[in-house]
Design a protein around this ligand. Structure first.
Ligand code: SF4
Ligand code: ZN
Ligand code: ZN
Length: 317
């Protein structure tokens, strides 16, 4: 029997390539929780007393986020938000009820809402309109942009201090590379946990799982026996090609050189931190002339209004 490299008493069942250690399930779960706690403390992401809105999709990462935060933060200060996209066969109310049930066992209330409730059309309906107009916009672009908007909207209504999303290390490394490839320094800076808010219209967003590999959140969810949603979204093949390519390359890199993604994100964090003072001098973001929400520096109309108007969900601008 191979013994755990940490406790040296229980049987090792999980191999962690980036550290070269073999761990027992209990030490593995403790290791993940410990690294999430350390990342939160390192950047002061969540302070005692903070009220935090957790974005819970019902997937494995969101279960892990909920499980760890309910453990290390006062559950009465947490509230979950689950958004039904309105994609046939995916993320249905029954799936959302599973995470709501688990959250309530951990003392956390969850609000259920939908894209349709917010803009009057489901994601499927928006995509169908977009296709009928011959637009070349990925469903994921509508989905991600609207979900971010809805999370921020609820965060403002509820008056919470922070919103927390379940992005993992793989997601964050992909985003960093994409921002570099696009030559977009402002987005790279905004990705940093210490980035100041560029608009009073944004509630601060934190990503406590940003240094946890995706295989680790999967393993954590499996060891804990979470009944998370495993159905694939039918639009997954239509993900924007740049992200799909970057994801593929990074997987190959990590496989050949374990720890690469972690080192990459740590390096980007360090470099970006040195530029942070310049970033603090940036002015407040302008407001969208249609909906009044914050928009990018070079835009009069925000991305949400632009996308919905092009798809015919909002009137022409
Ligand atoms: Fe949304 Fe794209 Fe994910 Fe489907 S694959 S849930 S459309 S982001
Ligand atoms: Zn152990
Ligand atoms: Zn707008």
């Amino acid at each position: 029997m191979v013994l755990c490299d940490s406790c040296r008493s229980r049987r090792a069942e999980v191999y962690q390539p980036h550290t070269g250690r073999r761990l027992c399930p209990r030490c593995f779960l403790e290791d993940v929780r410990g690294r999430v706690t350390a990342e939160i403390q390192r950047y002061g992401m969540i302070r005692p007393g903070d009220r935090v809105l957790l974005a819970l999709s019902g997937g494995k990462d969101s279960f892990v986020l909920l499980d760890i935060l309910a453990e290390i933060h006062d559950p009465s200060k947490l509230v979950g938000l689950s958004i039904e996209e309105g994609i046939a066969g995916y993320n249905r109310r029954e799936d959302m009820e599973k995470i709501r049930k688990y959250a309530s066992e951990r003392g956390v209330d969850v609000i259920l809402t939908s894209i349709k409730e917010y803009v009057g059309s489901s994601l499927d309906e928006i995509v169908a309109r977009s296709w009928s107009r011959g637009l070349n916009v990925s469903p994921c672009t509508y989905c991600g942009t609207l979900r971010r908007r809805i999370i921020n909207h609820y965060a403002k209504i509820l008056g919470v201090d922070k919103t927390a999303t379940a992005h993992n290390l793989d997601d964050e490394a992909q985003t960093a590379i994409m921002n570099l490839l696009r030559g977009d320094p402002v987005r790279l800076l905004r990705q940093h946990p210490l980035a100041p808010r560029l608009s009073r219209g944004f509630v601060q967003r934190v990503k406590p799982l940003r240094k946890i590999y995706e295989w680790e959140t999967t393993m954590y969810a499996y060891l804990k026996g979470f009944r998370f949603q495993e159905t694939e979204c039918r639009y997954i093949e239509m993900r924007p090609t740049l992200r799909a390519r970057v994801r593929e390359h990074l997987y190959g890199l990590e496989e050949r050189h374990p720890g690469s993604l972690l080192r990459l994100l740590e390096l980007v964090d360090r470099l970006v931190k040195k530029l942070m003072d310049k970033y603090r001098e940036l002015p407040e973001l302008p407001s969208c002339r249609v909906c009044g929400e914050p928009t990018s520096y070079n835009r009069e109309v925000c991305k949400v209004c632009e996308l919905l108007s092009k798809a015919g969900v909002l009137a022409d601008l």
